[in-house]
Design a protein around this ligand. Structure first.
Ligand code: F6P
Length: 366
């Protein structure tokens, strides 16, 4: 099949490196004489038929820019559409046939869908309807099982590690417990790797349930050794031994209906009242998703984009570009969304953290 015209979209939560993917796909496609249109705001653009024509000019000078020139959305789900004027959170509409119609009307031979777990689930549903889609794995959470690393993760890590470094000096000056809350949803990758890199004292991740008593004991033990400050890195999705996470709010109609958040403030109150050591919470929030991508993410995004276009040319639809070691490969999207990639509580990274003297706030490991 000869490819003449393709679409690309960036969906889900944004992250550094999206523009580098759009650039790599577009530059390669244009060199092959393939027209590229970029749908605006993820799958919303496919429903509303809103897009831009991508030229060499459009993608010039964007490799170092954060965010996405196409816009993104993590609430526009064509299968449960809740946005005005077509749907509401109370009355979601299935507009997948509208999206399918727009895909065909635009004379597209393929769609490159860049996104995380939610986006790939939607892509999979469209593939089953016959839309030729190639996926590119994006997310700062690094929680997709079929790839060694998603782009965006390295940039988030470097932002969090810098924040830990900065928090360290103020924690030391004021003899405080500082709790840094990271993103990551149901996976602890951002918290664990940044805590290792930043020399955190306690790290709390969803994969290893924490216990308040252990956290308090650890802080007091540090104090008795003359360490008057402690740095805790808490993943937003960390669970206590009762399996409870801290939820900030629910979002009707979103692919991810729960917004996690609030663990740092909760722990700060608990620690201050039980240890009488001044404690402060620092919620890094969306700073982790913003700004310029690291060199690694620019490199990785460029490889992903190039591989995705190769896959389109080879007719590898229903597959996602994936990183194995330092090489690009491809995996079925259906397999990529089958389970999340989580930190192994018995794995080498957890052991390395323990060996470095870090606590997981748990009696189960360490
Ligand atoms: O999946 C990426 C992510 O940044 C998560 O780490 C976080 O829980 C979520 O998205 C936040 O979503 P929103 O941008 O809707 O607040």
């Amino acid at each position: 099949m000869s490819i003449k015209r393709i679409g690309i979209l960036t969906a889900g939560g944004d992250c550094p490196g999206l523009n580098a993917v759009v650039r790599a796909v577009s530059k390669n496609a244009l060199q092959h004489g393939i027209e590229v249109i970029g749908f605006k705001n993820g799958f919303d653009g496919l429903v509303r038929n809103e897009f831009i024509h991508i030229t060499a000019q459009t993608v010039s000078g964007i490799i170092n820019r954060g965010g996405t020139i196409l816009g993104s959305s993590n609430i526009a789900n064509p299968f449960k559409y809740t946005l005005a004027p077509f749907g509401t959170p109370e009355n979601p509409q299935d507009l997948s046939s509208v999206a399918m119609h727009n895909f065909k009307e635009n004379g597209l031979d393929a769609l490159i869908a860049t996104g995380g777990d939610g986006t790939l689930h939607m892509a999979h549903q469209f593939i089953e309807m016959g839309m030729p889609i190639v996926g590119v794995p994006k997310t700062i959470d690094n929680d997709l099982c079929a790839t060694d690393q998603t782009f965006g993760f390295d940039s988030a890590l470097s932002i969090v590690t810098e924040a830990i470094d900065r928090i360290h000096t103020t924690a030391q000056s004021h003899h405080r417990v500082m709790i840094i809350e990271t993103m990551g949803r149901y996976a602890g990758w951002i918290a664990l790797r940044s805590a290792i890199a930043g020399g955190g004292d306690i790290v709390l991740i969803p994969e290893i349930p924490y216990n308040d008593d252990v956290i308090v004991e650890q802080i007091l033990a540090r104090k008795s050794k003359g360490r008057t400050f402690s740095i805790i890195v808490a993943a937003e999705g960390a669970k206590n031994e009762a399996g409870e996470q801290t939820v900030s709010r629910t979002v009707a109609g979103s692919t991810d209906s729960i917004r996690l958040g609030g663990i740092a403030n909760k722990l700060s109150d608990m620690i201050e009242s039980r240890t009488h050591i001044e404690s402060r919470a620092c919620v890094l929030g969306h700073t982790q998703r913003g700004g310029t991508p690291t060199a690694f993410d620019r490199w990785l995004s460029t490889l992903y984009g190039t591989k995705a276009l190769d896959m389109v040319l080879e007719g590898k639809f229903g597959y996602m570009a994936a990183l194995r070691g330092f090489a690009m490969t491809e995996v079925k999207i259906a397999d990529a969304i089958s389970k999340l990639k989580l930190v192994d509580p018995n794995g080498a990274e957890v052991r390395a953290a323990l060996e470095a003297g870090m606590s997981f706030g748990s009696r189960q490991v360490g």
